[in-house]
Design a protein around this ligand. Sequence first.
Ligand code: SAH
Length: 474
Amino acid sequence: MQKNHIVELEITDMGVGGEGIGKADGLTFFVKDAIIGDTIRARITKLKKTYGYARVEELVKPSDLRCEPRCPQHRRCGGCQIQAMAPDAQLRFKQEKVRGNLIRLGGFAADFIDRVMEPIVGMDEPYRYRNKAQFPIGTDREGKPVAGFYAARTHSIIPVTDCLLGVEENRTILEMVLDYMRENDISAYDETTGKGLMRHVLIRYGFTTKEIMVALVINGRKLPAQDALVERLCMLPGMKSISININQENTNVILGQETTCIWGEPYITDYIHLRDCSDDRFAQTDTAVAFQISPQSFYQVNPVQTEKLYSLALEYAGLTGTESVWDLYCGIGTISLFLAQKAGRVYGVEIVPQAIEDAKRNAVLNGITNAQFFVGKAEEVLPEFYENNTGDMSHPDVIVVDPPRKGCDQACLDTMLKMQPERIVYVSCDSATLARDLRILCDGGYELKRVRPVDQFCHTVHVEVACCLQRMNL
Ligand code: SAH
């Protein structure tokens, strides 16, 4: 067996990245785009002592879990790793991924996890759900500007202006930007040389208000013939905000630090409704909070599933109206403002200053006066308040955390344990770091009570999880 040889594989498992796993001659092979239950012929692309990588050459017998993917580009694109899996099979894969991580990485007993874990919350219509898109701009072989997405594991751009996870408006906007670039000789940014102007187009769409925001990320300080572009974009129904974001660094990070609004308002508005978690259908309730969102602020990308996720988080917080609550990694205050409606006082912490400005404005917008927001790292702000012995801020009743993929910093977890809240609600977008952090919290005197995954990122391998922990009475 060697590189470029063909092997026949039965795919018996799937890795956390969505790759199919099969065995031949005692070697384990990882195969992109193969799914559990497939029998395939695959070409070996890399071979190590005990494992290798291979590429599907022929689908000998397709798995029962397959469905017809709607996007013709799904295999070339790095975005949807499991679009060829039927929706209910995707949900089972994600439920199992979270369960497996909690057991293997968190060291929880399997029967315990099976008792506390509830079934993943899926989505009825898992396409066109994203409210945000960031298209890279590049150049094709003829030197013409193109917009699209990066091919899996590379930075070469495949020209596609209509991603089926995004809204249809994206395509019109991208075509306007490309037309403007062609007509005005605007260059596309080239990562290898660091030259060229247009880097990315960021589009946000408020699902409840139909408001649109466009931010053009440029490698320069000015956009030549800016009016020619603005004139077109501002005619689109729903257009509310057009900005320029300056990013002159040679980096993979999409947005730079500086944003200037060149037309309309510097934000769009969207509403999030609370849903009824006791109902399996998560029926929408009348309680809603309005949010103004700036280009640089974090805002959950799947508005339908976000409502279910936040409603679960709120239910797990078990508030009665008097509690003091910390909301760590609060972004623009989305969870905080729902908490504030049911708690005595809420304190939010977030590292991005623009997001905290949004959070403060959002509190005012909704007439909420019992929420306070602080800019800084959770692992620095929380210990400061704890050490200064600031009343209910040092000893909150509930702490909610919703960290980025890398999870919570040790100093943050240590302080949470010292503060001894009655309950901790952990919202996570990476079940591996979640498992690690839950182990620390449970070793520190908390018991895991409820775990529920929510499919926020249909067709990708990513999954969001809400958890509830209760302080043990010793
Ligand atoms: N709860 C919010 C945001 C969750 S995303 C919502 O649902 O919308 C995670 C947030 O954590 C981002 O806004 C990010 O900017 C912020 N963040 C990242 N590292 C942080 C840190 N060390 N301390 C505080 N906030 C941080």
